[in-house]
Design a protein around this ligand. Structure first.
Ligand code: FMN
Length: 264
């Protein structure tokens, strides 16, 4: 028991129970058999937008790490499709294939199973219909799940009243298709999914800085309503993490990388 009487176990028994129930010890090791790699849950017959070569970065990795901050005010300007391509490809794309069962990707994944999916809620991207687009990493393109402008009130509501989500040019949502890795790792695999979403989102955050864009990560949303917008079955796939992205407005208190370059 800690000095204030707080323990992880007593204050948050559900989180503690999950962690303990998925702790490894010598006699509870499951089978280590790997299921076959599933590339994604692409539909295959939806309207398709191939992604162009990614937009070039304005600065290097060190600068991107040093300049990263959350941004909660965006201008109405659209992103270019090449900027969106860079965010997706360097976030969770497929760079090349090492062989039939392995993929080379910019984020690590337990067992190389890549159980995450990326969906983009598009307000303003040049050359892309507003709506909901699902990223297909292996084919480096987007399939359109829903078309039409997403009402700002709906976006703000889904993300629990956060107004910057409706102002962002795009909001990225990372979801977890459980079956793809839980077959191997069983309940412990959910820990890995959360860790992997963090890897992907850090890539996205740093790429955003390198492109002169602002981003804010979003843990606050209504799970089932968001899953409905994405057209995913919440019994199979769950939303883990969001990120609103756009051009930073001056009042956001942060400068885009290109302006920093000029100011120096
Ligand atoms: C898991 C996670 C969830 C977050 N959820 C939200 C959110 O829903 N809304 C928001 O405005 N910021 C959110 N943030 C951003 C944090 O508030 C922010 O990173 C923190 O205040 C530190 O500020 P900085 O990112 O500018 O360094 C989240 C960050 C993380 C890591």
């Amino acid at each position: 028991m800690s000095a204030g009487g707080f323990t992880f176990r007593s204050r948050t028994p559900i989180a503690w129970s999950y962690h303990r129930a998925t702790a490894r010890w010598q006699f509870n090791m499951g089978s280590a058999t790997s299921p076959p790699v599933v590339v994604g849950r692409e539909h295959g017959a939806l309207p398709w937008t191939p992604l162009p070569p990614p937009a070039p970065f304005l600065g290097g990795l060190q600068e991107a790490i040093q300049e990263r901050l959350s941004c909660r005010a965006f201008t109405p300007e659209p992103l270019s499709l090449a900027e969106l391509a860079a965010l997706l490809r360097f976030g969770y794309g497929v760079e090349q294939r090492s062989g039939p069962s392995m993929q080379d990707r910019p984020a690590p994944s337990g067992g190389g199973l890549y159980p995450l999916e990326l969906t983009v809620l598009v307000r303003a991207v040049e050359g892309l219909e507003p709506g909901v687009h699902h990223y297909v990493p292996a084919a480096n393109g987007l399939e359109r799940m829903r078309e039409g402008k997403l009402p700002p009130e709906l976006l703000t509501y889904l993300f629990m009243g956060q107004p910057w989500v409706a102002e962002a040019a795009v909001t990225l949502v990372i979801s977890f298709a459980g079956e793809r890795s839980l077959t191997k790792y069983v309940d412990r695999g959910y820990r890995y999914a959360l860790l992997e979403a963090g890897h992907v989102m850090q890539n996205v955050n740093l790429v955003a800085v390198a492109l002169g864009l602002g981003s804010v990560n979003l843990g606050g949303f209504f799970d089932d309503e968001l899953a409905g917008l994405l057209r995913i079955d919440p019994e199979k796939e769950v939303c883990l993490y969001g990120c609103a992205l756009g051009r930073p407005a001056p009042e956001s208190g942060r400068m885009a990388l290109r302006d920093l370059g000029r100011a120096r």
